[in-house]
Design a protein around this ligand. Sequence first.
Ligand code: C2E
Ligand code: MG
Ligand code: MG
Length: 559
Amino acid sequence: MENRIPENRKKYLDSLFEAFSLIAEGTYVFLCDMQYDYSRWSKSAVNFFQLPSEYMYGAGTLFLECIHPEDRKGYAESLEEIFSGRKGCHDIQYRAGRIGGDYVTCTCRGLVIKDEYEQPTYFAGIIRNHGLLGDVDSLTGLRNQYSFFEDLSGHIERKEKVCVSMLGIGKFTEINEIYGYHFGNQVIQKFGRYLLSFVGSRGNVYRLDGVKFAIISNTSSSLEAKSLYEKVRTHLRKGVPVADKRPILELNCGMLLLDDFDVGDQTIYACLNFAYGESKIRRHGDLVEFFNDLNEENKLRIEKLHAIKASIKQDYNGFFLLYQPVVNASTERIVGAEALLRWKNDEYGLVPPDHFIPVLERDPQFPELGRWILTKALTDSKGLLDKHPDFTINVNLSYTQLEKPDFVESVISVLTETGFPADHLCLEITERCRLLDMGLLKTIVEKLRARGVRFALDDFGTGFSSVDVVKELPFDTIKIDRCFVINIEDDEKERAIVDHFASIAAAYDAKVCVEGIESPVMRDILQKYKVHSFQGYYYSKPVDFCTLEELMDGKDNDE
Ligand code: C2E
Ligand code: MG
Ligand code: MG
C-alpha cells in the first residue's frame, strides 16, 4: 500500500480512540486519520455490521456496502462533503445492516478535527444503533417521538438554530376507509421513506404518531422551508404508487425556526401542534409558521402556555372549574351542569380553555389534568345530590385521554375515591374522537356504560362524520352546537337543521341538548322540537360552584 500509516500515528490514533470511547458509552465510535484514510471502529460495530476489522483503510467506502441502497446517496454525499473539506461536521440518518441481513436505523454524528495549519486531520464520530436502543418506529423504520424529543432538547441545550416542522397526511381516515388499514400502513411507510430521501443530509426525519411526522433540519429561512414544503406537496399530489393504486396525498404542515433557547421541548412541540392545526383547519394545508419573529405577543403566548403547562406539575395551581347549568327544556328546572375548565394567575389573568386546551391536549401530561378535572367535578357535585337527587354532572374529555390504555380504570377509580354514583356522571366527547380507533373507543364506551356512566356527543354537526360517530357509538345525549342556533330566530334553514338533528338522535335513542340559548325567543322556538335540555347564557353563564348551588336552590324554591 502506497500511503501506509506510520506506527507513531497509529499509536496516536489508538490513544485518542480510547479516550473518545470512554465518553461515548453505549454507542459505536469511529475515528479516522484523514491523511491516510485509516480508521479505527468500535469492536461492537465491527461485530454488528460484520466489517473486516477494527482497523480499516477507506472505512467510509467499506461501510457503504452495509447501508440500505435507498439511503446510500445521502450517506455518500455527506461523506464527500467531509473529505473534500466543504463541511466540518455531519449529522445523518440511514438504515444499515450486515450484508444480507436486516437493516436497523442509525444516526451518525461526526466532527472534523483540524491541525495547527487548519488542515483536516481527524474525523471522529459516533453511530447510534436505534435498532438496539428501541426508539425506532416499527412501521416506517424511522426514529420515533422519543428520539425527536431527545434531539430537540439537544439542539435547545446546545443553542443550535434549527428548523423544526411537523408534517402530516390530511384526510387519512378516508384512505383507511376506502382502501383498508393494511393499505393505509403502506401509504404511511411510503410517505416516511419519501421524506427521508427528500431530506437527505439536510436533517433528520421522525414519525411522531399516526400520520404525523417531524423534520429537524438546517433550513435557515421560512422562505426556504416553504419552497421545500411546496416541492414535497407537489410531488405527493401526483399520487403515491402503492400496490396497483395511486392515492393522492394532501398534507398539512406547521413549522418554527428555533432561535429562542429559553423554552422547553414540550412547549416547542405544543407550538408546532398549534401551527399544524392552523394549517389543517384554516389554511388548507399551507405551511404555517408558529412565528416569524419573536415579537412580544408571540413571546407572551409561548410563555403563557409554558406557565399553564407548569401548573400541572405545581399541584394544578391556577386551574379551576366553573359550572354552567343545564335545564330541562320544558320545565326549565336545573337538572345538571357542565364543568368547564379555566386557568388564572396574577401575571396573565383569566385564560379561557379555547386558548390552551387545543394546544395542551397532545401533551403527555394532559391525562393527569383530565383526572384532576374529573375528581374536582365529582367531589364538588357529590354534596348536591342529597338535595337534588336528579342532578347530573357533565365533564368534557379530550380524545387524547381516551387513548390512554388505563382510561377506563382511571374513571372507575375516581368514581370509587369520590363515592360518586356513576349514573349521575355524563362524559362529553367530541367528534374528534373519530381520530381514534373505533374498536377501542367502542370498548371504552361500552365498559363504562355497563357501570352506569353516561355519554354525550358534544358539538354535534361541526365535524365531517357526525352521523357516522352516532351510528357506531351508543350515546345517551347529543349536544347540538350553538353555531346551529345562533340565527334560529330569522333563519328557516337552521330550524330545519335542528329538526333533522333531533330526528337522528331519536333514531338512535339519544336525548338532545341544545347549547347556546341566549334569549327567550330562542327558547320558545326550540321548545317546539324534540329537544330535552337547554344550556346557554339565557339561563346562566358558567359560574363558580357556590353560585351554582344558590341557583339550584333558588330554582327549586321557585317551584
Ligand atoms: P363545550 O364543551 O362545547 O362548552 C360549551 C362552551 O360554550 C363553553 O365555553 C360555554 O361557556 C359556551 N357557551 C355556553 N352557552 C353559551 C351561550 O349562550 N352563548 C355563548 N356565546 N357561549 C356559550 P368555554 O367554557 O369557553 O369552553 C370552550 C370549550 O373548551 C368547550 O366547549 C370544551 O370543548 C372545552 N373545554 C372546556 N372545559 C374542558 C375540560 O375540562 N376538558 C376538556 N377536555 N375540554 C374542555
Ligand atoms: Mg362540552
Ligand atoms: Mg359543546
